[in-house]
Ligand binder design. Structure first.
Ligand SMILES: [Zn+2]
Length: 409
């Protein structure tokens, strides 16, 4: 009897052990497959404020830096092989000084790409991004974050196009002369007539129309005006975190219906409701917080980011702000995919310009996103689209619209 009991017990233990080992083996298989998929894909991030760091003597994009989120060694480690360098200045700077500062930054991107041409290839088209990837290079692109930088002058927009700018957000935190922002009091009822002309000219120049930062009305006006699909280069889902910088489900559906793509932003206060609520109480929201920090930093965004990280880390350690996990990024991707399908979602981290959630401390952690999506059952094709394919499709459509407009003139 005792012998039979021993045999039965042994069999049960064996089954359990086999099940555990099988599960571990499957987990390893997924990890390995995710790793292969990630490092063979175009991993394109549409919003990085790394450009601001080019003006700091302590920063060298060619070397691994102890702070911030992006440099070449860390991009290589995280498999991030296509980047939109964001051109950004305070939205209250208008006219000629705005144009001058934007040109300084565009030049800094080109100079850094030339300096590190072994790693970078400057790209103006989706095809060039694919070619750069095939050559093992990192595709470097430019996006302008805020329509105020054209100095209210259409000719400057055209020059930006010539210099390789491939998207422009219509506003930043403040209204510009022709479009309302989501974080300012409305004054134009969306886009003015001139603002609509700007959108049409962007279509002609092959510059993607970016609706991150704009008011809901500006979004709908741009959607109606643009012949090409729109992008949100760095916005998340309002259904999961009720922030004006995020997009409502209706907006995401309308964006997708026209072929556009929402590139999910990783900023803690845009992805986590509890954090956003606590931050509102703690500092009056992200715009007020930046205004407060500007008193110490002026227009030095590198200083702003450093101070913001220090302040938020300290407040989190003291329990004044809740912890936010990188897995919230996956929740936002999954929400948008469930809403409109995998063809309309991508990645727009806001690295070097926002507070990253825990576990996404810099771009070396990007492979986690691929693995998490795979564990959720996403197909390889869908993951590749989210990692970069969708944005390249919109870029191609924008190029096509541009050619059609020119041909019809
Ligand atoms: Zn932004």
């Amino acid at each position: 009897m005792r012998r039979i009991r021993t045999i039965v017990l042994c069999a049960v233990y064996c089954l359990i052990a086999t099940a555990i080992l099988n599960r571990a083996a499957r987990a390893d298989e997924i990890s390995e497959h995710a790793h292969k998929l990630h490092f063979s894909s175009i991993v394109l991030d549409t919003h990085d404020d790394t450009t601001q760091r080019f003006f700091s003597k302590d920063y060298d994009i060619g070397k691994q830096n102890p702070d911030g989120h992006v440099d070449i060694p860390r991009m290589r480690e995280g498999g991030m092989n296509a980047i939109f360098f964001s051109i950004w200045i305070d939205g209250r700077i208008m006219g000629a000084p705005a144009v001058q500062k934007a040109l300084d930054q565009i030049d800094a991107v080109h100079e850094n790409v030339i300096k590190y041409s072994k790693d970078f290839a400057f790209c103006r088209t989706a095809e060039e991004v694919r070619r750069a990837h095939a050559q093992g290079k990192i595709a470097a692109l430019i996006g302008v974050e805020g329509g105020h930088m054209i100095g209210n002058d259409m000719r400057v927009l055209r020059m930006f196009g010539d210099l390789g700018v491939r998207y422009m957000t219509l506003t930043h935190f403040y209204n510009d002369e022709w479009a309302d922002s989501s974080t300012a009091k409305p004054e134009h009822n969306g886009l003015t007539d001139f603002g609509k002309d700007i959108v049409r000219e962007m279509n002609r120049q092959g510059i993607m129309v970016d609706i991150s930062h704009v008011s809901d009305k500006t979004f709908y006006d741009a959607l109606e005006t643009s012949k090409a699909p729109l992008i949100a280069s760095h916005s998340s889902c309002r259904a999961l975190c009720n922030h004006v910088r995020d997009m409502s489900d209706d907006m995401i559906k309308a964006l997708a219906a026209k072929g556009g793509v929402i590139q999910i932003n990783y900023e803690r206060s845009f992805i986590d409701q509890a954090y956003k609520d606590a931050q509102d109480k703690f500092s009056g929201g992200v715009v007020a917080l930046i205004d407060q920090l500007k008193k110490e930093c002026g227009d030095n965004e590198e200083c702003l980011n450093k101070k913001m990280t220090e302040m938020t880390d300290k407040a989190t350690a003291e329990g004044k702000l809740p912890h936010v996990s990188w897995e919230r990024i996956i929740d936002h991707i999954d929400h948008a995919v469930k809403l409109v399908g995998a063809d309309h979602v991508g990645l727009g981290s806001d690295f070097d310009g926002a507070s990253m959630p825990e576990g996404m401390d810099d771009c070396t952690h990007l492979p986690r996103i691929t693995e998490a999506l795979m564990r959720k059952g996403y197909s390889d094709d869908d993951i590749r689209k989210i990692l970069g394919g969708n944005l390249l499709r919109v870029m191609e459509q924008t190029e096509r619209v541009s050619r059609e407009i020119e041909a019809a003139r």
